[in-house]
Design a protein around this ligand. Structure first.
Ligand code: AMP
Ligand code: ZN
Length: 123
């Protein structure tokens, strides 16, 4: 396999047997964390149930950590699965993005913003 940056991320802020978490080097917001399986797997759909549980465990730990550290008002959780969905690093990762009141003019729709003109909606 070609070398993969996410196969070699040290030190993590949290880890368990199957997954680890570290800060994104280009954070969308203060405290943006990435969570990855330790096993090299291309995207979320390649994970085992055990790996998904391990990632979910770390999501909870990271949220508690970030709540204390930065006191965000809300979070977005997301995973880009495939080139056309915006994935750039092909080792599965889940973005945990803290959100802060006023960090954008109108946050309505959240992750719908993957297609910006479809983010906000009415009805
Ligand atoms: P994606 O577009 O979902 O594949 O996101 C890749 C993410 O990895 C981006 O948010 C990058 O800022 C982040 N990233 C790339 N290289 C590193 C690195 N060496 N350490 C931490 N985050 C990284
Ligand atoms: Zn990898």
């Amino acid at each position: 396999m070609v070398s993969c940056i996410f196969c070699n991320m040290q030190p993590p802020i949290f880890e368990n047997d199957l997954a680890l978490a570290f800060f994104d080097k280009n954070p969308v917001s203060k405290g943006h964390v990435l969570l990855v399986p330790k096993r090299h797997a291309k995207d979320y759909f390649k994970l085992t149930s055990e790996e998904k549980l391990a990632l979910d465990d770390l999501l909870g730990l990271c949220k508690g950590y970030l709540d204390n550290l930065y006191k965000p008002d809300a979070y977005n959780i997301g995973a880009n699965c495939g080139l056309e969905a915006g994935q750039t690093v092909f080792h599965c990762h889940i973005h945990l993005i803290p959100r802060y009141a006023g960090d954008m003019a109108n946050p309505t729709g959240g992750v719908r913003g993957v297609i910006p003109e479809k983010q906000n909606y009415k009805d």
